[in-house]
Design a protein around this ligand. Structure first.
Ligand SMILES: Cc1cc2nc3c(=O)[nH]c(=O)nc-3n(C[C@H](O)[C@H](O)[C@H](O)COP(=O)(O)OP(=O)(O)OC[C@H]3O[C@@H](n4cnc5c(N)ncnc54)[C@H](O)[C@@H]3O)c2cc1C
Length: 289
């Protein structure tokens, strides 16, 4: 049942400093409201847990995509439409563009933000596997200052993360080291569009001197959080892309994921698809696609 709107408060701060002051003075009372595409679903269902929201949509400090010699830095309010339209993201971070193009429909892509996707912390979210495979870092800010941390390790359990009650996610930073790498992204859902993932795999890597190197693999919808598969990466690193390597990497992968049966799929199906996607990634490495 829809929530009773007068029970809720939405304030629009004039500046980032005002937003951070609110979070500092009443920690845990105020929650950010970005594009609202996750929050409005909860509101409609009468399940929006907090009463007080800060509208951060108009904070320019959290917008924009900056490119330096070494990094691409995206404001937390970057929308999926903005991701897809950016030429450097298209040429160097194609998995993020693909994730954005397969997220919801056009209205969601115009309004949904990368920051909201990260903090909503769904294990089935589509951008986090790409961000993990690109070794992203994130900037968390509060009235006390800013800290950059690796995105890998940020999520600590289902909907749990290393975000203080007084902090906002401000920016996402991607190292520009992807030249010549294979970028492999597959979202498997019930349909090609407008579907929540049953399994999502994002992976990068390259073959040099006949061996797999620089590989990073991340998976969504197979554990309580989106997972970076370090053991699987180790099983591939420095090895030839052959059947024996795939078999040992699959064994490692099975130790890193814990899929469940739910309304979208079964644990068995998810495991089988996960193993198939891993083999397909190694094949893509060989063919350089
Ligand atoms: C029809 C539909 C289809 C969808 N399809 C997909 C899909 O295919 N794939 C997918 O991954 N998701 C999908 N989503 C989910 C949603 O669109 C995304 O998660 C989106 O990126 C959320 O961003 P937002 O700005 O709208 O977040 P909001 O709804 O505004 O916020 C989400 C959460 O993040 C917090 N938050 C937001 N920004 C910040 C910040 N900067 N700092 C700290 N906390 C913050 C909020 O407090 C809230 O807890 C879909 C949603 C709908 C309604």
């Amino acid at each position: 049942m829809r929530a009773f709107i007068p029970h809720y408060q939405l304030t629009t701060p004039a500046s980032l400093a005002d937003a951070l002051a609110l979070l500092k003075n009443e920690p845990g009372v105020w929650k950010p409201f970005a594009g609202g595409t996750d929050l409005m679903v909860l509101l409609e269902a009468g399940k929006l847990p907090h009463r007080n929201y800060i509208n951060i949509w108009k904070l320019d400090e959290l917008r924009g995509i900056d490119v330096t010699n070494t990094h691409v830095i995206l404001g937390a309010l970057t929308t999926y439409t903005e991701v897809q339209a950016h030429p450097i993201l298209q040429s160097e971070f194609s998995m993020l563009c693909q994730a954005a193009s397969e997220t919801g429909g056009l209205a969601i892509q115009n309004r949904g933000t990368l920051g909201g996707n990260i903090i909503n912390a769904s294990p089935a979210a589509d951008s986090p596997p790409a961000l993990l495979a690109y070794d992203a870092e994130i900037e968390l800010i509060s009235a006390a200052g800013s800290r950059w941390i690796p995105y890998h390790g940020f999520h600590t359990g289902y909907k749990q993360m290393q975000l203080g009650a007084d902090e906002l996610l401000a920016r996402i930073r991607l190292p520009r080291n992807t030249e010549g790498a294979t970028h492999y992204y597959r979202k498997v859902g019930t349909r090609k569009a407008q579907a929540i993932s049953k399994v999502c795999l994002a992976a990068t890597g390259r073959i040099s001197d006949g061996q797999i190197n620089d590989t990073r693999i991340a998976l969504g919808s197979v554990a309580p959080i989106v997972v970076r598969c370090l053991q699987t990466e180790n099983a591939l690193r420095g090895r030839k892309p052959d059947a024996e390597t795939i078999a040992s990497a699959r064994d490692a992968l099975l130790r890193e994921v814990s899929p469940i049966d739910d309304i979208r799929s079964t644990a068995d199906y998810r495991l089988q698809v996960t193993k198939n996607l891993l083999a397909d990634f190694v094949f893509a490495l060989q063919t350089g696609n």
